[in-house]
Design a binder for this molecule. Structure first.
Ligand code: MF3
Ligand code: CO
Ligand code: CO
Length: 250
């Protein structure tokens, strides 16, 4: 039996705050992604921004994760550890950050193209972004969770891209990862009914080539098996009576 926590009005107000902070941090770090910057410098910026808000990075120390942000470049799908790597022209850089404030987490990701000219990479990133938008549009109170999953898969496949199956979206709130899991594939009309008070992190991870992924020896970095690029976008949303509110809009 999965247990999906329903948030009270006060909880939702607190989620709005942590998610607004998350969006602010993500947009400032995204603006700092340019040729020559190291991923470690972007991590330091993330720590400064979150510290300045009197908040905590959700990921730092989570199951031993060593960074405040996940930075995944090119064939890295998710959970890239910031360090000495230098961002170069042509890179596709996914940023995923969480902010913990007043008892609640926000979780959001975006993918930045650094002077990318390869049309396949542009197609990948635009498709992944559209997949998230389609998922948000498919999330409706009274609807079913897998309607969201199905929407992501439909957009990815229609553009000749593939969806990562080993990692999924999730409930988010007092804990970074809560029930239910939110896969990015599957038939519609299945899974739990979406109810007001649910808060979800919806996060398509889309590959240009095959869907297969491998975890590196660092035990964190997830890369594509075929070495082709991958993209990731994520928003935290709240299901309300009147529809879905995207909490991590910049
Ligand atoms: N941000 C990931 C997610 O969207 C979780 C990262 S956990 C970490 O669910 F430990 F790698 F940071
Ligand atoms: Co995330
Ligand atoms: Co997430």
């Amino acid at each position: 039996m999965i247990k999906i926590p329903l948030k009270s009005a006060a909880d939702l107000e607190a989620m709005r705050t942590s998610c607004r902070m998350t969006a602010e941090v993500l947009s400032q770090v995204a603006a700092a992604v340019q040729p020559g910057v190291t991923t470690g410098e972007l991590d330091a910026l993330t720590r400064r921004l979150i510290g300045g808000m009197k908040a905590k990075p959700s990921f730092l120390g989570y199951r031993g994760y060593p960074g405040a942000i996940c930075i995944s470049v090119n064939d890295e799908v998710i959970h890239g550890i910031p360090g000495r790597r230098v961002v170069l022209p042509g890179d596709v850089v996914s940023l995923d950050v969480g902010v913990y404030y007043n008892g609640f987490h926000g979780d959001s990701a975006t993918t930045v193209m650094v002077s990318v000219t390869d049309p396949d990479v542009i197609r990948l990133v635009e498709t992944t972004k559209r997949a998230l938008e389609a998922a948000l549009a498919a999330a409706k109170p009274g609807g079913r969770l897998s309607d969201v999953s199905h929407a992501v898969e439909g957009i990815a496949k229609a553009s000749g891209c593939s969806v990562v199956r080993e990692f999924v979206g999730h409930g988010v709130g007092r804990h970074l990862h809560e029930d239910p899991q939110v896969p990015n594939y599957g038939a519609p009309g299945r899974g739990p009914v979406l109810k007001p008070g649910m808060t979800l992190a919806i996060e398509p991870m889309v590959n240009l080539g095959s869907p297969d992924v491998v975890v590196l020896d660092d035990k964190w970095t997830v890369v594509t098996r075929d070495g082709k690029p991958s993209a990731h976008f994520e928003h935290t949303v709240a299901v309300l009576e009147e529809g879905v509110e995207v909490l991590t809009l910049a």
